[in-house]
Design a protein around this ligand. Structure first.
Ligand SMILES: *Cc1c(COP(=O)(O)O)cnc(C)c1O
Length: 355
């Protein structure tokens, strides 16, 4: 039976990415060797990194003066590297979920943290509005898509200070104005590649401003200077990332991805709102187009497990909600075909008809 992959991360990758990665495991760039056994210093792998950097810059319209890095350690390491490198005295953060909370915790190790707004009191089911970003902070940090709760900020804030953004789960799903940011980071395993690599986009001028000593591996300047090759980088995930970037370009770039993502999310939210059994969990204006969270309406709460089993029997995989929200979460990343959303919607309709 065809499987429909709604996992939140690691998550679905394009068939092109999977196939080309598999091919490179057998024979990488006609070297007669597997990508698993070639030097990261080989000219063939250097070409992979160079093209991945160039395509990231092209697809995201990254201006001059920014570096693109491919680092290990996941987005979670960025929670500490960002303040280590950028926080002089004070930083402003908005708390919109678990990942933002984790980022705030790390930043507090390095200086004053002004949490300008939080939706924690309502289990992060909306994104706070009308908060004030202090002009005297070194940067303003936010999480553009809250993977666990299913809320998303789909536009760049107007900020009086440079911004830092965790775009782990929605990078390449919308165009943004890179010039407003000092730094953007994204773990690859949501919209790009297998886990193990994190994309960092950092402004040259933002670095070298703090007075503290920074361990070599945690200093962005080390990786800028060495072109992400200071130590052995995650070779295979970087290769897969390049395949996905090529695929995005071939599909028409980020604009084309966004169009498809909006159509997929619109279709699923329409069904959630129409179907008598289900309801969404977050404020409508903040609904994520990447992670769609929904639950059974209170009067049908006892049907939760039955729907889960029914959907599983129809090939739906990974729709169990995160334990912080419960219910269901369908992740609709770029690589998910619209047919999978149609299948989930059909499944919801069929289940409704049975009850
Ligand atoms: C998954 C995720 C993380 C954590 O990423 P790791 O690579 O596991 O450290 C951080 N932020 C967001 C928004 C995420 O979705």
């Amino acid at each position: 039976m065809k499987k429909h992959n709604f996992y939140a991360g690691p998550s679905i990758l394009s068939p092109y990415t999977i196939k080309e990665t598999a091919n490179a495991v057998l024979d990488f760039a006609n070297t007669g060797l597997s990508i698993l056994e070639v030097s990261h210093r080989s000219k063939e792998f250097q070409a992979v990194v160079d093209e991945a950097v160039a395509l990231t810059k092209e697809l995201l319209h990254i201006p001059e003066g920014y570096h693109v890095l491919f680092l290990g350690g996941g987005a979670s390491l960025q929670f500490c590297m960002v303040p280590f490198n950028l926080l002089k005295k004070k930083a402003a953060y908005i708390n919109t979920g678990t990942w933002a909370t984790n980022a705030i915790k790390e930043a507090k190790l390095f200086g004053e943290v002004d949490v300008v707004a939080s939706s924690k009191e309502s289990n992060f089911n909306y994104i706070p509005k009308n908060f004030i970003i202090p002009k005297d902070a070194d940067y303003f940090h936010y999480t553009s898509n809250n993977t666990i709760y299913g809320t998303e900020t789909r536009k760049d804030y107007d900020s009086p200070i440079p911004m830092v953004c965790d775009m782990s789960s929605d990078i390449f799903s919308r165009e943004f104005d890179c010039s407003k940011y000092d730094l953007i980071y994204a773990g690859a395993q949501k919209n790009l590649a297998p886990s193990g690599v994190t994309i960092v986009i950092v402004k040259e001028d933002a670095l070298g401003k703090v007075s503290r000593e920074i361990p070599t591996m945690l200093d962005y300047r080390t990786h800028v200077k060495k072109g992400s090759m200071f130590n052995t980088p995650p070779v295979l995930p970087i290769y897969s990332a390049l395949m996905t970037l090529r695929y995005y370009k071939e599909q028409g770039g980020v604009k084309a991805m966004e169009k498809l993502d909006l159509a997929k999310a619109g279709m699923l939210y329409d069904e959630i709102d129409r179907n008598k059994l289900f309801m969404g969990t977050v404020a409508e204006e903040d609904r994520s187009i990447m992670n769609v969270c929904f639950v059974m309406k209170p009067e049908y709460a006892e049907l939760e497990k039955e729907f889960f089993d029914f959907a599983s029997s129809k090939g739906m995989v990974g729709i169990k909600g995160h334990r912080s929200v419960g219910g269901f979460r369908a992740s609709l990343y770029n690589a998910l075909p619209i047919e999978s959303v149609e299948a989930l919607v059909a499944c919801m309709k069929e289940f409704e008809a049975k009850h």
